[in-house]
Ligand binder design. Structure first.
Ligand SMILES: [Zn+2]
Ligand SMILES: [Zn+2]
Length: 648
């Protein structure tokens, strides 16, 4: 028998007979790995565990904890679900079943309606099929043969899919028992590898997403590599439902939508407007320290400006139609950039003034299809934490890093512990098409950004082909406290627009030069950021951000004079305090304050009013005892000022 060498990630080399499979390699290493491994990486390509290895290779054995392993498990479980549906409902037709983040779905054309009972029946069937330990076998066939196979199985949707594949291509299918599905793979090699799964919900979905097509039934599900990981995910899903910003936004009276105002146009209620104001205050303070100047610009602008900026050419589908003002086209602004460029060019600039940093919480209007609108996350009017920095090439790195550090400062304030920065780069093939045709400038600016990130010791990953039209950018993704992912903001370099707008400065030698421009919005938009914060904190905002910071609860109306005095003393310090002087029992007033997620409850009765004290109940901590009103006042003022992160 011919021998082959297999190099493992620790660089150790093991010798096997040709035709050995990755599963057999795992078996030879240990029973724990043999059980946990779900997919193999052979010389960088993902392969099934039963793929025979015929020559010397590098091998990685991946478990369900790895991203690729998890995806393999998800995919395999989608097939298992489809197999179970076919066993229970032989007339069901299978369509498509992709994986999504931490889950999968599959769409079926079937008469029976998938109720909760049916869902648990399907789940039981899946458990049975998984336990029966069926081998999952990959087959490669021609398009013609695939059509024959799926015609034989009466799977008309699969036939339709295969018919659209180039007839010269080979396609792969996966078979377990009588069930066959079209799939690129890889898959786990045996159904017994699928253990910790759960079907989550059903919904209707049109074939190919087209409402003229037949309505199918979709089942969502998930799978994990361990019982604990599945349990944690299900807990997070429950928690996410409770924290849904649309639900909490209503309960906490933060924002609302009104049909007569229009979809996607949020109305900030007083409680929500407090948060908007607090965020603006935070941004303005750090921008003031960072050397920014605040500017303000109009919401309405002549079309000629957007011709110059390229928005009408590249961005028109996101803009509202023009309105005719005295025979001239005007648009509501989709972005603040052109206006800031105009402010920059409103006076001649010397190198001594640079960097010029212009900041504005600018209101923009963007067209989103009504089907795309989603709470505060996808809206049509938005207020952006915008700024543009105009600088020389020499200043660029320092400026860019300062912006990145501003992000980190904010993450700290909001307790955002998990984030990624994705550096999006150009791709050579798309120069002159998707990207400004300046090959050298691209490489140069990308290198500056990379260096700034490395010097700032920031974690980042590079993604080619994702840059903006006019320069590289950084996309910031954050995860909420319960692990939900949000795209927050971008930070972009722009080396094309400044010359288009004729922006210049005079350098040391008296020559006219073009500055670089950095677009940045670390706090994104109020809408999306507050939507994120609601879910991140589950509505339990830190004191400084809380719409109502304290509520005074008199034990009876005998103490309303003193209660009013407490309110006044705190209000005079700028604290957002309310009085609850309804005739309810104190217990029900406390419960109400808890529902309203108020940070401090101040209970006042005879003793408190005699001694000028307040009895303090703190959210999450309960009764913290009585203290002089003056002491409480100083304490709360200090906690607000430091924007301390309270327990959540
Ligand atoms: Zn598959
Ligand atoms: Zn901009």
């Amino acid at each position: 028998m011919e021998k082959i060498n297999i190099t493992l990630p620790d660089k150790s080399i093991r010798s096997f007979e040709a035709g050995t499979t990755p599963q057999q390699v795992a078996d030879s290493i240990g029973s724990g790995l043999a059980r946990a491994v779900v997919v193999a990486k052979i010389d960088g390509d993902l392969k099934d565990l039963n793929h025979p290895i015929e020559h010397d290779i590098n091998l990685e054995l991946l478990t369900g904890d790895s991203p690729e392993g998890h995806d393999t498990l998800l995919h395999s479980t989608a097939h298992l679900m489809a197999q179970a549906v076919k066993e229970l409902f032989p007339n069901a037709k299978i369509t498509i079943g992709p994986t999504i983040e931490n889950g999968f779905y599959y769409d079926f054309d079937v008469e029976t309606s998938f109720s909760d009972e049916v869902l648990s029946e399907i789940e039981s069937k899946m458990k049975e099929l998984a336990r029966s330990g069926q081998d999952i076998i990959r087959q490669e066939v021609s398009v013609q043969d695939a059509i024959k196979i799926f015609n034989g199985l009466d799977e008309s949707y699969k036939v339709e899919i295969v018919e659209q594949i180039n007839p010269d291509e080979k396609i792969s299918m996966y078979k377990q028992s009588e069930f066959t599905d079209l799939c690129r793979g890889p898959h786990v090699s045996n159904t017994s590898k699928i253990k910790y799964f759960k079907l989550l919900s059903t919904s209707g979905a049109y074939w190919r997403g087209n409402e003229n097509n037949k309505m199918l039934q979709r089942i969502y599900g998930t799978v994990f590599s361990s019982k604990d990981a599945l349990k944690k995910h299900l807990h997070n899903l429950e928690e996410a439902k409770k924290r849904d910003h649309r639900k909490l936004g209503k309960e906490l009276k933060l924002f609302t939508f009104d049909d007569e105002v229009g979809p996607g146009l949020p109305l900030w209620l007083p409680n929500g407007a407090v948060m908007v104001e607090e965020l603006e205050k935070l941004a303005k303070e750090s921008e003031q320290r960072g050397g920014y100047d605040v500017v303000r610009t109009p919401h309405l602008t002549k079309g000629t400006l957007y011709e110059k900026s390229g928005h009408l050419e590249h961005y028109k589908e996101s803009m509202y139609p023009a309105m005719d003002v005295d025979g001239v086209d005007y648009y509501v602004k989709p972005m603040n950039c052109p206006h800031h460029h105009k402010i920059y060019s409103s006076s001649p600039r010397s190198y001594r003034e640079l960097p010029v940093r212009l900041a504005e919480y600018g209101t923009c209007y963007r067209y989103e299809k009504s089907g795309q609108l989603f709470g505060l996350m996808r809206v049509r009017s938005l207020q952006m934490n915008d700024a543009h920095i105009y600088c020389t090439k020499e200043q660029f790195k320092e400026e860019f890093l300062a912006v990145c550090n501003m992000y980190l400062e904010y993450f700290d304030i909001f307790g955002i512990e998990r984030y990624t920065m994705r550096l999006s780069l150009h791709s050579k093939e798309d120069l002159g098409k998707k990207y400004v045709n300046e090959p050298d400038l691209w490489l140069e600016t990308e290198q500056w950004v990379r260096e700034a990130l490395v010097e700032g010791k920031l974690d980042f990953e590079e993604v080619p082909g994702e840059a903006a039209f006019y320069g590289p950018k950084i996309d910031v993704q954050v995860w909420s406290a319960i692990g939900k992912e949000f795209t927050l903001a971008t930070n972009q370099v722009d080396f094309a627009i400044p010359s288009k707008f004729g922006l210049t400065y005079v350098d040391e030698s008296g020559n006219e030069k073009t500055p670089l421009c950095i677009h940045r919005a670390p706090l994104g938009t109020h809408e999306r950021f507050i939507g994120f914060l609601i879910e991140h904190f589950g509505g339990n905002f830190p004191l400084w951000l809380a719409p109502i910071q304290a509520v005074v609860l008199p034990l009876s109306d005998k103490f309303s004079d003193y209660a009013n005095k407490v309110v006044k003393v705190l209000k005079d310090e700028g604290i957002r305090v309310k009085l609850n002087d309804r005739a309810d029992k104190i217990g029900s007033k406390i419960r109400q304050a808890e529902l309203d997620k108020i940070n401090f409850m101040l209970i006042v009765g005879q003793k408190e009013s005699d001694e000028e004290t307040v009895s303090v109940r703190k959210r999450f901590e309960g009764d913290v005892g009585a203290m002089p009103l003056i002491v409480f006042k100083d304490k709360i003022v200090e906690e607000i000022k430091n924007r301390r992160l309270t327990h959540r």
